[in-house]
Design a protein around this ligand. Structure first.
Ligand code: GLC
Length: 728
């Protein structure tokens, strides 16, 4: 957790000299928008505050803490720096689409530098809640449906925020959230019930948190939801036995905003003191909301309500972090060095991140449009909208321009005509006919649609995943003109496109891609950049098809098409559309099988071909594997197309027979490669004990002998398969 050697002596002396009230005051964080109110809170001894919006204000609060409180304990200063402070990076879901963890680490590094310069020393990020239900608005904040992708990206963000040492001036505490399984909220309704088996809890939801703990994350935030009946905020099994005990987490567990207060509505606490008591006893260390002290300054917990050693442990954890950050030596920031606007370098970094997150969903010879002079019609609510920063962006983030602005700058040879056609929420559909009447006269029509960021993020679940308002009507109207059409989608979750996808030849998924998102899209439309991103979440055919995800169990009656593709029987549940002649199988009678676009889907302006797969072992014993022997998997990939491009190569395993039903695929490795036309590279992956096993319902990790399939290629529907035999 901390790289600095902890000076236990200092901490022990301090804890021994603190009163009960002073200890409890360290175990909460509160937000007071007015500086004078925050100052009063600090004088009362509170250990942490939300960022007061400037280095100067933060310095004043730190000064009060250092000079006007009995022990002069400096403050933790927290803020949700989720994907940017002044320079906004693409939303985390878009970063996951890059399948390039360095993108996330760069975001975290730049964000930490900018936030730390203002006095922030704690961010409530990364969010690593695996979710398979795009109705849930918070899918935008995480890294998609796969546990391994969330684990890799979460660990990268931790390294980016915390740097080589927490004492570095540009390092801030990271916070893995929300512990745990928040992404399985029933019905995709935020804050709702989660009831999950132990095997799924460990194989899917806990894996990313273990990865961030192993990466040294300093804090973890408890989730709002129950986990199999017990709210996470008061769940001793989760917070203490698994997180602190089994995972060895020695940092701070912080509650979510009023998550302790919510225990009353959960119906597991009589009153606020009871809620606080249950939470701290379960392993919570810091309450978020300032409810430990009542407004008149009275403590809500008396000595003995919570075992003193538990309180002292929590205080030590908090003070250890303050020591590791170097706050006891110097909690102040040079106010005139505060970063308040993006630098050219940070703009370049977020532009690259936005370009890497673009996913070409469909392209029948329309894109790229090329830089040469041409008449282009740009229509749709996102033609001139500047709503590209996405969820969790603060008021002080640098604003961005529109797609129309970016095209004007990046495609100067184009003659651009811009018409809105319709708004986000309909009502203006009467403009559609006017907007598209002469569409066929243009060389190309770009339709910029999407969901406004206000429909994404916390407390923003949607029951209908289609484009809101009359946007589908606009798309169909443009398609009906026979013009060369390209759709660009700006959204924060998988959307349903089935109402119009058959009518259009090209779709570019652009997400809410941050400060330079519009520029990235303009460059992709012209061909200056070749999209190489892949979907980190499955796109369903219908809102009622969710949850839908790639690493599903096969079930006892999988629906498959009996036909074939290039002579090889395919499992259509993986491959997508196609009806089935199997009656008694798992499917909807009124919907084609499989998703609209599967996890990992993404096209390119070029093409790639894979060579043969080879493994160092086609058979290996359990004993060798347990002893640390690994299997090296290698494959060649070649750019066989006309231009430079990035290819994401993925490695999946399938355990064909096991004591628990296993997913039809599990991602265990991925890499993104840039290849010039004609270039071939050899990629290698390692598979070991920790890749071939699974957790059972008794909480044991087991590897079982038998046959495995190793799939490697450019995604679910494009892999070379190798059979591996694990001998007893
Ligand atoms: C919110 C979110 C959490 C965030 C916290 C502080 O309710 O659930 O992710 O970090 O409050 O803003």
């Amino acid at each position: 957790m901390t790289s600095a050697p902890v000076q236990e002596g200092v901490i022990d002396l301090l804890v021994a000299s603190m009163t009960w009230e002073q200890k409890l005051a360290q175990l909460q964080i509160a937000f007071r928008p007015r500086l004078e109110d925050a100052a009063d809170l600090v004088r009362s001894g509170i250990g942490a505050v939300f960022w007061p919006r400037s280095a100067a204000s933060t310095n004043e609060l730190q000064r009060i803490a250092r000079e006007e409180t009995p022990h002069g304990i400096p403050l933790l200063v927290g803020l949700d720096v989720v994907h940017g402070q002044r320079t906004t990076f693409p939303v985390p879901l878009a970063q996951a689409a890059s399948f390039d963890p360095a993108t996330a680490e760069t975001d975290a590094r730049v964000s930490a530098h900018e936030a730390a310069s203002g006095g922030v020393n704690w961010t409530f990020s990364p969010m690593i809640d695996v979710s398979r239900d795009p109705r849930w608005g918070r899918v935008v904040e995480g890294f998609g449906e796969d546990a391994y992708v969330n684990a890799v990206f979460g660990a990268s963000k931790v390294r980016g925020y915390q740097g080589e040492s927490l004492r570095d001036r540009d390092s801030i505490l990271a916070c893995a959230k929300h512990f745990v399984a928040y992404g399985q909220a029933e019905g995709g309704r935020d804050y709702n019930t989660v009831d999950v088996s132990m095997q799924r809890l460990r194989n899917v939801y806990l894996e990313p948190f273990k990865a961030t703990v192993d990466a040294g994350v300093a804090t973890v935030m408890a989730a709002f939801n129950t986990v199999s009946g017990r709210p996470a905020h008061a769940n001793h099994l989760l917070l203490t036995s698994i997180l602190k005990g089994e995972f060895g987490f020695n940092g701070v567990v912080v509650g979510d905003a009023d998550g302790v207060v919510n225990l009353l509505d959960h119906g597991i606490a009589e009153d606020l003191p009871d809620a606080l008591l249950q939470s701290f006893a379960a392993g919570l260390d810091v309450e978020m909301g300032g409810n430990v002290l009542s407004d008149d300054g009275r403590l809500r917990l008396s000595p003995g309500d919570v075992p003193l050693e538990r309180v002292d442990d929590a205080v030590r954890r908090v003070l250890n972090l303050k020591l590791a950050l170097g706050l006891f030596d110097d909690p102040y920031r040079e106010a005139d060095h505060e970063v308040t606007t993006p630098s050219p370098a940070s703009r370049r970094a977020t532009l690259m991140a936005a370009e890497k997150g673009l996913v070409l969903l469909k392209n029948e010879s329309v894109l790229p449009l090329g830089p040469a002079p041409k008449r282009v019609l740009l229509v749709g609510p996102y033609a001139e909208s500047t709503d590209h920063l996405g969820a969790w962006i603060q008021s002080f983030a640098e604003p961005t321009g529109s797609l129309a602005d970016a095209i004007g700058e990046e495609c100067p040879e184009w003659s651009l005509t811009v018409r809105e056609g319709t708004g986000f929420f309909g009502g203006q559909s009467g403009h559609i006919a006017d907007a598209v009447a002469d569409a066929a006269d243009f060389d190309a029509v770009v339709v910029a649609v999407g969901e406004p960021s206000a429909l994404t993020g916390e407390a923003s679940s949607r029951s209908d995943l289609r484009l809101p308002g009359a946007q589908e009507e606009l798309i169909r109207a443009v398609a009906a003109t026979g013009a060369a059409v390209a759709i660009v989608m700006f959204n924060g979750r998988p959307l349903v496109t089935s109402g119009w996808i058959g009518a259009v030849p090209a779709i570019l998924e652009a997400w809410h891609s941050g400060l330079e998102g519009p520029r990235a899209v303009a460059r992709a439309l012209s061909g200056a950049v070749n999209p190489g991103g892949r979907l980190p979440m499955t796109f369903p055919r219908s809102s009622s098809q969710v949850p839908i995800y790639y690493d599903h169990e096969n079930t006892g009656r999988p629906a498959t098409v009996s036909g074939s593709l290039d002579g090889a029987a395919v499992d259509v549940a993986l491959m997508g559309p196609g009806n089935t002649d199997d009656h008694y199988t798992s499917k909807y009678k009124d919907l084609d099988l499989g998703p609209q676009f599967p996890f990992g889907h993404g096209l390119s302006y070029t093409s790639f071909e894979y060579g043969d797969l080879s493994l160092t072992h086609s058979r290996i014993t359990m004993e060798d594997l347990r002893a640390g022997q690994s299997i090296e998997v290698t494959i060649d990939v070649t750019n066989t197309g006309p231009c430079k491009g990035d290819e994401v190569t993925m490695l999946f395993i399938r355990d064909l027979v096991a004591s628990l039903a296993q997913p039809v695929r599990r991602l265990r490795g991925f890499t993104r490669s840039s290849l010039q036309p004609g270039e071939t590279i050899t990629l290698s992956f390692e598979l070991g004990w920790n890749d071939l096993g699974f957790w059972d319902n008794e909480g044991l990790y087991i590897v079982e002998p038998g046959a495995f399939e190793i799939h490697v290629g450019g995604g679910l529907d494009d892999t070379r398969v190798f059979n591996l035999h694990l001998r007893p």
